[in-house]
Write a protein that binds this ligand. Structure first.
Ligand SMILES: [Fe+2]
Length: 438
């Protein structure tokens, strides 16, 4: 299907417009050389409203675009809807009586692996389990133990293998924290007191703590009843960051005031002596007038919280607009030197690699017409350094209305792409993805 340039809202036109067919393609053309050790699957989730309409970018049905690599070949590409109750039964997450059904989400935001399961996630609902072939298996509620929605951004500790996550809602308890052991068993759930029904998209972990962001995007019942995105900026709410010992509970959370802002995505957080360092893609404000547009851009920002002195230091680390920050899975919650993000401004459409130790960066500028998605880092098998590996992303070429899958060398992303896989169809801009190694 070709893209359109009508007066539809941004999230339904150009390369945000959905694709409607589920296809399979094999033996894809590769320019360059796919690293032979990249054996596995890259799956990326995104909103793809099956009716062609949705009230907000975040509301469309989840569709996974997957590519299978093995022995230096791109064996297949396929795309599949997540077969949710929303898709198949047309049910809303929030009922007319204000009740919420956690089995009904659109599962459109992320796709992650833990304890042998592949989970498609949206923050309003339970996870939806998929097979490695992208067939929908069904709702996964951790054997009935999960009693809240689940964020699309759980964090796997690279040391313990535990999965830490939270769920939020517009009715009390507004926030629940959950801990799943390395075998996939949900072993702890806690209610955490926040100031109100905040929209909490992501969080972070450190070696000994988990970090919550209680920020001023707030549930608005009137918006919900209009069928609109039910969240807006609130000047009166305040902004806080909560630090809780791993495995702790509400009484253990220490809250620190920060300048009002919104953060969808932290890059990482880690401990440094008595300090907690939290790097984020921070918006000075968001959704003040409307959530239909993103007027503001996010930039790389650091909170340094000193647990001994109780002080917070805030520093902008870069002025450029960035989003979709990622890092090596092996550094999640630990001190990281490198981070990767998408940076789009003017004629620049780039993946940027930050060296946070040296305060430098390099970019891979795809040029005026080619827009990259979230860069997913995959470590090389015998890599000695944190950045020994590759960055995987789908890119869209406006000039030809085509998409491809690009592998960059993470050690030097500014160099020519290691490999570009030509794809048989346009892949709409989406959200987050993961690499599932064989
Ligand atoms: Fe996200």
């Amino acid at each position: 299907m070709s893209t359109t340039t009508s007066d539809l809202p941004f999230h339904l036109r150009d390369n945000y417009a959905p694709v409607f067919d589920e296809i399979d393609a094999t033996d894809l053309e590769v320019v360059g050389q796919l690293p032979a050790e990249l054996s596995g699957r890259y799956f990326r989730n995104g909103a793809n409203p099956h009716t062609g309409k949705s009230p907000h970018w975040f509301a469309g049905d989840g569709m996974i675009h997957g590519i299978r690599l093995r022995d230096g070949k791109a064996e297949w590409y396929r795309n599949r809807y997540v077969q949710t109750r929303s898709l198949n039964e047309g049910l809303p997450t929030i009922g007319k009586d204000g009740s919420i059904d956690l089995t009904v989400g659109v599962a459109n935001t992320h796709i992650v692996g833990h304890a042998g399961k592949i989970l498609a996630l949206v923050e309003s609902s339970f996870p939806c389990e998929l097979s490695p072939e992208l067939e929908t298996i069904g709702i996964h509620d951790f054997g009935g133990r999960l009693d809240s929605a689940m964020t699309a951004h759980p964090k796997t500790c690279p040391v313990t293998g535990e999965l830490h996550f939270f769920g939020y809602g517009f009715a009390p308890p507004y926030l629940r924290y959950h801990r799943v052991d390395a075998d996939g068993v949900l072993v702890q759930s806690e209610s955490i007191e926040v100031s109100g029904p905040t929209m909490m998209h992501d969080f972070s972990i450190t070696e000994n703590h988990v970090i919550f962001m209680d920020l001023p995007i707030i549930f608005d019942f009137e918006l919900a009843m209009k069928g609109a995105m039910p969240y807006r900026w609130d000047d009166d709410y305040g902004a806080r960051v909560g630090v809780m010992p791993r495995g702790g509970s509400n009484v253990d959370v220490r809250w620190f005031d920060v300048d009002p802002c919104y953060v969808f995505h932290p890059l990482n957080s880690f401990e440094q002596g008595s300090k907690i360092i939290i790097d984020t893609a921070r918006y000075p404000e968001m959704w003040r007038q409307t959530s239909a547009k993103f007027h503001d851009t996010a930039a790389l920002h650091r909170w340094e919280i000193d647990l001994e002195t109780g002080t917070v230091n805030e520093t902008g680390l870069d002025d450029r607009p960035i989003e979709f920050p990622r890092l090596a899975d092996s550094r999640v919650g630990l001190a990281n030197r490198y981070g990767y993000a998408v940076s789009t401004f003017g004629d620049t459409n780039a993946v940027v690699k930050y060296d946070l130790e040296k305060n430098t960066d390099v970019v891979h500028d795809f040029g005026k017409a080619v827009l990259p998605g979230e860069p997913v880092f995959v470590a090389a098998e015998d890599g000695a350094n944190e950045d020994d590996g590759w960055l995987l992303q789908y890119v869209f070429d406006k000039s030809s209305d085509t998409s491809s899958f690009v592998v960059l060398d993470a050690r030097d992303p500014s160099s020519e792409a290691v490999a570009t896989v030509k794809l048989p169809r346009r892949i709409p801009y989406g959200f987050h993805g993961s690499w599932f190694a064989d």
